[in-house]
Design a protein around this ligand. Structure first.
Ligand SMILES: [Fe+2]
Length: 257
C-alpha cells in the first residue's frame, strides 16, 4: 500500500496545484485547503499510531486524510464558498473525484467501503449508525484529525476584529450568540451548522465540537494548543455563557484524566 500512497500523494499535489489562480481570494482558499490536507493527513497517521493500528490500517488512515477534502477545491473554485449549505456537500463532491480515479480499484472492497464511510461521515453533525466497528473507528479518526486542524486554521479569526478576514465570510458579523445556540451549549449538545446566524454562534459551534471529540490524543492536543481558551476569551460573556464554559472545562478535565 506504501507504493500506492506514494502515487496518490503525487497525484494530490498536482491536483491541488491545478486550482491555483490569479484570483487572490480564490487562491487564498485553495492554499488554506492545501495546507489543511497536509496537516490532517499527518494527524491521521499520528492518531492511528496512538490507537495502535496495524501498518496497513495506518496507511488507510493516511489515505482517508489525504482525500477527505478533495471535494473542497472544486467547491471553492466553483461556488467561492466552503459553506456546504450554500453550495454542495463537500463529502459528496469528494466522491465525484475519487470515483473517477483508478487508484481506488487497487484497494480491496472492504478497505474501499471503510474509506467511503469515513469520508462521507467526516463532515456530518454525527456519524451515521453502523454495526461495522472498523468503519466507525475510521470515521471517528478522520473527524478528530479534521477538527484538530480546523482549530489551527480558525485560531487567528476568533478575535472579533478579525472575524471578517475569513475567506468568504458568509454568516452574520454580530458577536452576539443566538439564544437557541446558548441553550444547547449549556446542555453540552451539538448543533446543525446550517443554523449558524451570527459570528458568536460560529465560535460557540467550535466550542461545542469539544463534546464530540472521540480520543484522548485529540483532546490533549486541543488543550495544549490553547484552542479552547482562544475561543472562550473571544466570546461575549454573561452568566449563562460562563455556566456553559464551566461545564465544558469540567468535561475536558475529566476526558483527559
Ligand atoms: Fe477537512
Amino acid at each position: 500500500m506504501r507504493e500506492l500512497l506514494t502515487r496518490m500523494h503525487a497525484w494530490m499535489t498536482n491536483y491541488m496545484k491545478s486550482f491555483y489562480t490569479d484570483d487572490e481570494e480564490v487562491q487564498r482558499g485553495i492554499l488554506i485547503k492545501e495546507q489543511h490536507t497536509g496537516y490532517v493527513t499527518a494527524n491521521c497517521i499520528e492518531l492511528a499510531k496512538f490507537l495502535n493500528f496495524s501498518q496497513h490500517d495506518t496507511e488507510l488512515a493516511e489515505m482517508i486524510g489525504l482525500f477527505h477534502d478533495v471535494g473542497r477545491f472544486y467547491q471553492y473554485q466553483t461556488y467561492k464558498t466552503f459553506n456546504d449549505a450554500q453550495s454542495e456537500d463537500h463529502a459528496e463532491l469528494a466522491f465525484k473525484v475519487i470515483d473517477k480515479l483508478d487508484f481506488f480499484h487497487e484497494l480491496n472492497a472492504e478497505d474501499y467501503d471503510v474509506l467511503h464511510f469515513a469520508i462521507q461521515n467526516h463532515n456530518k453533525k454525527l456519524i451515521a449508525p453502523t454495526d461495522d466497528e472498523r468503519k466507525e473507528i475510521f470515521a471517528k479518526l478522520i473527524r478528530d484529525a479534521d477538527k484538530l486542524d480546523i482549530y489551527r486554521v480558525l485560531q487567528p479569526y476568533f478575535a472579533q476584529e478579525n472575524a471578517d478576514k475569513l475567506p468568504n465570510f458568509i454568516t452574520g458579523r454580530s458577536p452576539e450568540i443566538s439564544p437557541d445556540f446558548l441553550e444547547k451549549f449549556v446542555r453540552g449538545e451539538q448543533v446543525d451548522y446550517r443554523e449558524i446566524r451570527t459570528n458568536g454562534d460560529r465560535k460557540l459551534v467550535r466550542l461545542m465540537w469539544v463534546y464530540n471529540v472521540y480520543f484522548k490524543w485529540t483532546m490533549k492536543k486541543i488543550l495544549e494548543r490553547g484552542y479552547i481558551d482562544a475561543i472562550v476569551e473571544n466570546l461575549p460573556m454573561n452568566e449563562k455563557v460562563a455556566e456553559g464554559v464551566r461545564r465544558l472545562k469540567k468535561y475536558v478535565e475529566d476526558f483527559v484524566a
